[in-house]
Design a protein around this ligand. Sequence first.
Ligand code: GDP
Ligand code: MG
Length: 597
Amino acid sequence: MKQANIRNFSIIAHIDHGKSTLADRIMEQTHTVSERDTKAQLLDDMAVEQAHGITVKSRTVRNHYEADDGQTYEYNFIDTPGHVDFSYEVSKSLAASDGAILLVDATQGVQAQTVANLRLAQQNHLVIIPVINKVDSDAADVPRTEAQIQKLDPAFENLEMLKISAKTGMGVHEVLEAIRTTIPAPTGDKTAPLKALVFDYMYDAFKGIIAYVRLIDGSIKADDALLLMAEQTKVSANSLGYFAPNMTPIGELNAGDVGYVITGLKDPQLVRVGDTMTAVANPTTEPLAGYEPAKSMVFAGFYPKDNNYNELKLAIEKLSLNDSSFHYSLENSEALGAGFRCGFLGMLHLQIIRERLQDEYGLEVLTTAPNVTYHVHLNGQTEPMIVNNPINFPEFSKIEYVEEPFVKAEITTPNELLSDVMKLAEKHKSTLLDMDNQADLIVLTYKMPTSEVAYEFFNQLKSVSHGYATLDTTALDYEVADLVKVEVDINYATVDALSFVVHRQDADKLTQELVKKLKVAVPRRLYPTPVQAVVEGKAVARVDIPPLRKNAAVSGGKKSISKKQALLRRQGVNKRQSAKNSIDLPQAVFNAVLELD
Ligand code: GDP
Ligand code: MG
């Protein structure tokens, strides 16, 4: 395909505004898939994506479009995830695009994520085509939506906007024409040294690491010797191709193309998203700007459940390759043994990684309470200790002061919900910095401790605003805070993996709530088990777990003799072991900490 006939574009939208539906219609109308093959939401094929109804990983699809001018065009559609927790992924997809369709649902109008995604697209210097969707719906208010979009950018003010129904296909042809006439063709030089943006990676059990690339200059042929510039990793282009939407091999990728390269590489540590790929024979001298690595906001421990540490390690390595905003390192707990300290963009991200481990690898993990990164200044030390694991939080007598991270939280909300949203923000130790209007929405800017935003705030915001408010956060600096470590003793032995760090003012309420939950969650034993929460050496809350009423020797007649004996043996063993080791810790015990609010 000659470069002038290539278009690389994304669709950006607020969640549920119809991005996946429009992508399906585009693939149908360009005959990439037949209508018969189109099950709804063709691209969201990861199990967690279907469960949450959101697109987590970016996808690319090459379509061939026979345009009204009689020529055939190559339309590379680069899908972006729709969720606020993944704006980092949105950015990556947009860096590989030249233009974007800004899709707005006429029944809802401009929403917070419409604005946030538009800003990301503008930062990437993309040409933007606003499109109004769902005009078939009785609830559609097209004039209002159009007026709202016009207010977003001076360039939209006198624009005749496309009005479509992604559901029925009405107006989709006009969108395809607008892509051709509005979005520029890529401008790279096919004969220059290879310079390709690696905007994503995927791990395949048989083929190894597959790089998603957008070629800026040069070309790649099968068997070319390639260089990933960040780590100076040499790879061979075992095979290459594009997605349509399945992997389709091709002999050559050229400047302007979007496609994949199967590298054969097996070690996830050697590759990195945002890297520049060049040719060993004739390398480029300047790598692309790449992306800022995503910073983890929330940390939690993942521990193997059934002695499958090695399996878990492999799965975590592969996931971190596929999701460059997920970080991990090894950690150890006395109670749980070897595990991983994992870093996430937010709680939804944590939940998704957990579900992917289960769906894609059949692995269940124990998850410990989330925390942020603390700067702990010890007596007589100049440099702070960086702590992102409560197990390592030092003893209180050694601490001079502690700092915690803050974020700037921008909440975009409809006017009607303003007071509910402000009340919620106040409960989370926030300081209002600014209040502004965007279209018919209010944008509130707060300064808040990262910990307040990272755990439950997002869900609570969704709940008080019925999904209409959105949140965008930017990291600020660290500031002094009055924090304490809560330790949990079960049967007078500290269970290190249950420790967590909180603001002192919340410690009382949280520990009372915690022991109440633990009373139900800690498995009963033959004798009463005391559980206490300890802050700075003092027990601040306590419950006694009542004993099991009957033991195996007298309970029920249904168990076989040998099962009864086994049970008795186990109970006997438990009694002789140290308290610490005999405690069976189901996820419910960790949930008691995870679900505190
Ligand atoms: P996404 O989250 O942006 O990918 O949104 P989806 O494509 O998943 O669409 C969200 C919901 O809106 C689905 O139930 C779609 O069937 C529905 N939808 C999408 N486009 C239209 C449309 O043009 N008209 C109507 N009435 N519903 C639509
Ligand atoms: Mg979708």
